[in-house]
Ligand binder design. Sequence first.
Ligand code: ADP
Ligand code: MG
Length: 356
Amino acid sequence: MDTAPAVRLDNVSKSYADSYAVHDLTLDIAPGEFFSLLGPSGCGKTTTLRMIGGFTDPTGGTILLGGEDVTALPPDKRNVNTVFQSYALFDHLSVAENVAFGLKRKGIARGEIRERVHTMLERVQLDGLADRKPRTLSGGQRQRVALARALVNGPQVLLLDEPLAALDLKLRRRMQVELKQIQREVGITFIFVTHDQDEALTMSDRVAVMNEGRVEQCGTPEDVYERPASRFVASFMGTSNLVPGTYRSGEVVLDGGPSFPVGSRDGLTEGGSVSLSVRPEKIWLSDFEPGMTLLNGVVRETVYSGPTTTYLIDLAPGVTVSVLEQNTDRSRNEDRWTGGEDVQIGWKPEHCLVLH
Ligand SMILES: Nc1ncnc2c1ncn2[C@@H]1O[C@H](COP(=O)(O)OP(=O)(O)O)[C@@H](O)[C@H]1O
Ligand SMILES: [Mg+2]
């Protein structure tokens, strides 16, 4: 049985002049995994992808594909294909000819090419458009051509660099679901680059959150969202309350405000500064349960946005948390809050992370 990771990065670095684009990256990506590299612009995602594809040479470390060291191999000697954000299609060729391009260059027999191209176009739902030119297609259709052209070669790993970034939001959401479905069907390892945390959470088996050339956390979408390992991850993965405070003998004392017990937690030092991280949707405003941490506050503002309402609540001068409530059909008193009311908020201890 083949148990080697599809991709192994072992202490891979890329430095330019005086700075690192990627710093000591170590990652294993399993066969068949949908793996995302997520992070803000400039954090090293494209550089990482280009090193796996062989388009950029690392300045340190080793890259293995299916257990084989490919660090010194050129792109065409690696069983890897790339889908770029720009699609990079040939405008003078038809859709079918674009998809057939790589197979022709490999000298595969015509009959087999026709069959494989046909199967792949069906899979990406473009079978009716085989004879069209790319420029006559919509953005979503062109993206599918690019995907079919890469997948038809049967790569071991498919690299996708922000492939949906140029599409409008509605189409992007649909393509996210389709792309994930296609990936499951073909069973090929996908390494997907995005700066959009919703996209990464929706699509991935695992996500590596990158910041300044390093991976800050790598785990399932639930891991990185529910249990962020650092302030950066907590704030990058959607909205989080990050409240500054100090750790003292089992308690966190908020700056200028209340204190409450957090128990003993790993890595906390007496008198050390910490950030409290609680997701807005994990804070309750009523119907508290035993064991919850309760704090007093004053409503500063109510922001209604259709399915949800956000309350900004002051816990102390300069310490504000946001609380998100679903607007379900159960009417709540909170709906009438306009600002200035004294309230209580509460959260379960397991939903409060203490980051240092
Ligand atoms: N050819 C290059 N020469 C110098 N610096 C580069 C080069 N390519 C990328 N960088 C730098 O490396 C860092 C990471 O870039 P990149 O991998 O493109 O980030 P991302 O794809 O996450 O936006 C950036 O600071 C970028 O300016
Ligand atoms: Mg990039």
